[in-house]
Ligand binder design. Structure first.
Ligand SMILES: NC(=O)c1ccc[n+]([C@@H]2O[C@H](COP(=O)([O-])OP(=O)(O)OC[C@H]3O[C@@H](n4cnc5c(N)ncnc54)[C@H](OP(=O)(O)O)[C@@H]3O)[C@@H](O)[C@H]2O)c1
Length: 304
């Protein structure tokens, strides 16, 4: 069988950079960033994608500025809502598998047990609405899709994230105040890259009579539960143990209302991995284990 051609969009993001490492284990990879395929310019993107003739389109591109999306909602809806719908049309035209990434922000966070794929979305922010719009567009147009919802993503690569922000603040000051009444699961971008590669491997290995089993929506995060405060405390403890030069002495837990932001966050963001786990070969790593590995990687790159 000829090698699968995979087109990766959003190749320079946190998850995109990890997918650049894992996807070549599954097929021949063409990885492009915003400068080549800009999802806000969908007609131009359409021509380019069709000309590449991929067997699989993996969309790791998104408008991810959650707070800015409250005032730039048109662009957020264009990139996160309309563009995935166009990608589904292109995938259908090409007969390609579409793999797309979504978010815990499609939920309102009022639940107190892990969200499963069948729970009803009720986004509270413009970002959450735009991502939900993208999911729905894909489902309406092309059934040969895999949507992976994840949460609280951080990576060694990419522009910035909670871990990098904490390391910067912790190197500058003795005290930080961190929200303690929002809980979720910190998730390493590398683990998302591995999970997506596993799903695609299952898809490519499945017999023509059974492939439909893999299509649909999945939740994937690391294992365990933490508040942002717990996460910050762990980042400093692990980083100090590894010898990062930090000045931090105290992490002070605060409430969401003490740290108001333009976009509302779900208070409870834990996603259940039950559905995806059989496809992974092993349970997702615990968030603390992945945090340690990411910090070791950062230290080795000394890119902080
Ligand atoms: N970060 C999280 O905590 C989190 C949580 C849940 C789900 N997710 C989802 O996970 C996926 C990957 O997120 P991430 O954390 O890797 O985000 P990221 O680091 O911000 O990466 C997103 C990438 O998309 C690119 N992009 C933005 N607008 C674009 C456009 N119009 N056309 C093409 N590319 C565009 C960005 O380029 P520029 O940087 O140049 O704009 C960036 O390289 C997204 O679907 C996101 O919604 C993320």
């Amino acid at each position: 069988m000829a090698m699968l051609r995979i087109l990766l969009l959003g190749a320079k993001g946190q998850v995109g950079q990890e997918l650049q490492k894992t996807l070549p284990t599954v097929g021949e990879l063409v990885a492009v960033g915003k400068e080549t395929v800009n999802l806000a310019v969908t007609e131009q993107s359409r021509e380019l994608i069709v000309s590449i003739q991929p067997d699989i389109i993996v969309n790791a591109a998104a408008y991810t500025a959650v707070d800015r999306a409250e005032t730039e909602s048109e662009l957020a809806h264009m990139v996160n809502g309309k563009a995935p719908t166009v990608l589904a049309e292109i995938a259908k035209q090409l007969g390609a598998l579409l793999v797309h990434i979504s978010t815990d922000y499609v939920f309102d966070g009022t639940q107190s047990h892990p969200y499963i794929e069948l729970d009803s979305p009720n986004p509270q922010s413009q970002y959450g609405h735009s991502k939900w719009q993208g999911e729905q567009g894909i489902r309406q147009i092309w059934d040969q899709h895999i949507i992976v919802r994840t949460a609280w993503v951080y990576g060694a690569q990419g522009k910035g994230n909670f871990v990098k922000t904490m390391l910067r603040l912790g190197s500058e000051r003795p005290e930080v105040r961190v929200v303690d009444d929002q809980v979720g699961t910190p998730t390493w971008a590398k683990d998302i890259g591995d999970a997506i590669a596993s799903l695609i491997r299952h898809w490519s290995n499945s017999k023509p009579s059974t492939p439909a089993k893999i299509y649909g929506t999945y939740h994937f995060t690391n294992r365990g539960v933490a508040s942002w405060y717990d996460f910050a405390v762990a980042i400093f403890a692990e980083a100090q143990a590894l010898g990062f030069p930090l000045q931090i002495e105290r992490v002070i837990p605060i409430t969401t209302s003490e740290y108001p932001l333009p976009a509302p966050r779900p208070a409870y963001s834990v996603l259940s991995n039950s559905k995806i786990t059989p496809f992974l070969g092993q349970p997702a790593p615990h968030w603390r284990q992945s945090l340690q590995q990411m910090l070791q990687e950062l230290l080795a790159d000394s890119s902080i």
